[in-house]
Structure formats: structure tokens, C-alpha cells
Design a binder for this molecule. Structure first.
Ligand code: MRU
Length: 381
């Protein structure tokens, strides 16, 4: 079950936005999410008392973004265990809630493995639950640390590629504190550049159809005092042509063994534009996003979302509502093509920045070597 309550976020610093947290009120443990479907208009928290509420929150994108999905999945397993639900059922439902971001199944797997190990060692279910929660907390901490390290490596790379400073960076979707235990992936690099006085402009793609750029990245950029400008996704071409983009920084939902990058739909066209205009195209992602068991881009399952996300826009005061509760902007019955992600081939990626360092050029061998060094990348149980 999920409950909602509004809270003021006025006195919070952006890096302290609690995208997710575990709480233990007298009524029992809960996972509390900042409901990202309501931003930037309202900061409303969603209180999940069981894994099925969390599954619904993942599907509706109340909680979203690859690293945060992993953390949410791990806390979801812990929640099921603590509250005495069937852990395997909860884990399967959580891992299957969205298919593309591999972090989700990584997080679920880590918490489930911790639960199983504790029980296999003779522990009772309560000990198993404590082990699952400890694993979720550990993943949460590790993600924060990875985020800080990616920011450092990413800024060093920007400075190397663009020695003149004054970086004008284009980003897509939302990759900041709202998707992470820390300050995010690609956005964390832009933020580091801002703090170092070297970010001249953050170009923010609105990211149709669910507007993660307009609603969430602009929200985070504004709260951090960054100089940012919002553009429609289809204005990116003329921006490149005008010579206004020095680098593209994006996150990833899954990186296949060959270095193909699945990320929010609209990323691939940016990579093509960047190549044509000789602009570095940089992917920033923790090694938990690398899936050695997915050999190439064609093997990545791309989530297809409901057509109404394209045929309607959400407007709470709308006189007419469509199947998704929004205002129809296309004739009723219009079919829509709505993949949530696209796949960029490795040859269009200038560099992948991870917490362990930067891979450039992007090759299967370099990726495998970095994962092996860190003991990461696509372990399955
Ligand atoms: O559908 P979403 O909003 O979950 O998609 C998120 C993205 O595509 C992000 O760019 C990706 O998860 C990387 S976030 C660090």
C-alpha cells in the first residue's frame, strides 16, 4: 500500500533531496519516496508499506532512473522480508517492474542474496530481513560514493577534452540527485563543473514524452544555481549547428558487453548529431549499469510505454481527460510509438565515465577489463 503526504522542501539543499529513504515508524517499516511524477509543482512523498506499492511506484515513474531503481529494488526486498511477505515473490515482481535498467535487477539480486545467505547460515527470517536491509543500505552508500567519483573523473575528462574551460554541456533526461544515492551520474559531472566555475551553460533537453528534463533536470539545475536553458528535443540539431554545444553528457540504463548504451529515448539522435558536429559524446554510469551478460545493443530489451503518454499531455485542470488522465493532443484512437529508451552503438560514444575511471575508446575489451578489476558487471544468481 502507498500513502501520500506533502511536505515543504524549501529549506533543503538540492543534494539533500531525499529521493528515497527507509523509515521505521511505530506502525512498521516503510520505504519513503519523493514522488517524481509530481515535481516540480509539489514535493510530495509516497510511503510504501509493501513491495507491491513499490512496484507500482516504479512502473508509474514515481521512482526512476537506473541507479535509484537499483536502490529501490533492494529496499523493496528488505521491506517484503521485514514485513513477513514471500521474499522470492516480491523480488521477482520488483525485478520485473521495468525491463531496461539493469540496476533494478542488480539491486534486487543483492538484497535477495543477502537474505538467502543469512537464512542458509541458520538464521531465522528476521535475521534474513536484517541482512537484506543491510545490503540495501550498503548499495545506497556505494552509489553515493560512485557518484562522487564519477563526478571527479568526468570533470577531469571535460577539462582534458575542452582545455579552454567555459563548458557548454547538453544533457538529456534526468541524471541528478533524483536518480541516485548521491548527486547522480551525468548531472553530477555538470554540477562539479559548475562548482569549479567552468560550466558556462547547461542545455537541458525537455525529454518528451514524460519531460524528465523539463520537470526534473531544470528543477535540480535551478536549485543548484546553475546557468541552464531548456530546449525542446527537436531544437538540439539547430543548437549544434549554431556551435553552441561543447559536449554531451548523458547517463545510461544498461551498457551491453560491447559498449552499446541504452538510455532515455532521444539519446541516440544526440550521439549522431554529436558525431556529425565533432562534439564529444560522454556517457556517465556506475559499473552496476554494465551488463556483461547482454552481449550487444540488439539484445537489450527496450521498454515500450503506453501510447497515451504520447497522445496526451497531463494537466490536472483539464476539461477532457483521456485514457491516461491527460488532455488529448491527438485524435482519439491514435496509435503511438513510445519506446522509453534507445540504444547508441559504442562507435558513437567518445567515452564512458565510471567510478573506476574513464574508458575511451569504448571497446568490449576495455569495458570487460574495468569490470573485472572492480569485480562488477552482470553477475546473475
Ligand atoms: O524512464 P526513466 O526516467 O527511468 O529514464 C531514466 C534515464 O533514461 C536516465 O538517463 C538513466 O536512468 C540514467 S540516470 C543516471
Amino acid at each position: 500500500m502507498a500513502d501520500q503526504y506533502a511536505q515543504s522542501g524549501e529549506d533543503k539543499r538540492p543534494s539533500e533531496i531525499p529521493a528515497i529513504r527507509w523509515e521505521e515508524p511505530p506502525e512498521g517499516p516503510v520505504v519513503v519516496l519523493l514522488d517524481q511524477t509530481r515535481l516540480p509543482a509539489e514535493e510530495v512523498e509516497l510511503v510504501c508499506t509493501d513491495a507491491s506499492a513499490l512496484v507500482e511506484a516504479i512502473r508509474s515513474l514515481a521512482v526512476r532512473g537506473a541507479p535509484l531503481l537499483g536502490i529501490a529494488g533492494a529496499y523493496g526486498v528488505a521491506l517484503a522480508a521485514v514485513r513477513g511477505f514471500d521474499v522470492d515473490d516480491a523480488a521477482d515482481a520488483l525485478a520485473g517492474a521495468r525491463p531496461t535498467a539493469v540496476n533494478l535487477s542488480v539491486g534486487v539480486r543483492r538484497a535477495r542474496a543477502a537474505y538467502r545467505a543469512a537464512v542458509a547460515e541458520g538464521g531465522d527470517p528476521a535475521q534474513g530481513a536484517r541482512a537484506a536491509l543491510a545490503a540495501a543500505r550498503q548499495l545506497h552508500r556505494e552509489d553515493a560514493e560512485a557518484s562522487a567519483r564519477m563526478a571527479g573523473h568526468g570533470l577531469a575528462l571535460l577539462d582534458e577534452l575542452l582545455p579552454g574551460g567555459g563548458h557548454r554541456v547538453l544533457t538529456h533526461c534526468n541524471t541528478g540527485a533524483l536518480v541516485s544515492g548521491g548527486e547522480g551520474t551525468a548531472f553530477a559531472v555538470a554540477l562539479a563543473a559548475h562548482r569549479a566555475g567552468r560550466l558556462r551553460r547547461l542545455w537541458v533537453d525537455e525529454t518528451r514524452p514524460l519531460l524528465q528534463g523539463a520537470r526534473l533536470t531544470a528543477y535540480e539545475a535551478a536549485r543548484n544555481g546553475m546557468g541552464y536553458t531548456l530546449l525542446t528535443d527537436n531544437a538540439a540539431g539547430s543548437l549544434f549547428a549554431a556551435g553552441e554545444v561543447d559536449a554531451v553528457l548523458v547517463g545510461a540504463d544498461r551498457i551491453a558487453a560491447d559498449g552499446s548504451v541504452a538510455n532515455k529515448v532521444g539519446t541516440y539522435p544526440l550521439a549522431v548529431l554529436a558525431r556529425y558536429h565533432h562534439v564529444p559524446f560522454i556517457v556517465v554510469a556506475p559499473l552496476t549499469t554494465v551488463d556483461a551478460q547482454t552481449p550487444d545493443g540488439a539484445s537489450i530489451e527496450v521498454e515500450q510505454r503506453p501510447g497515451y503518454e504520447v497522445t496526451e499531455v497531463s494537466a490536472p485542470q483539464a476539461p477532457v481527460t483521456g485514457a491516461g488522465g491527460g488532455v488529448p493532443v491527438a485524435p482519439l484512437g491514435t496509435q503511438a510509438y513510445n519506446p522509453a529508451f534507445d540504444v547508441t552503438p559504442p562507435e558513437l560514444v567518445t567515452a564512458i565515465v565510471t567510478e573506476e575511471g574513464t574508458i575511451s575508446p569504448v571497446t568490449a575489451e576495455a569495458l570487460a577489463e574495468m569490470c573485472a578489476g572492480a569485480g562488477q558487471g552482470g553477475q546473475r544468481s
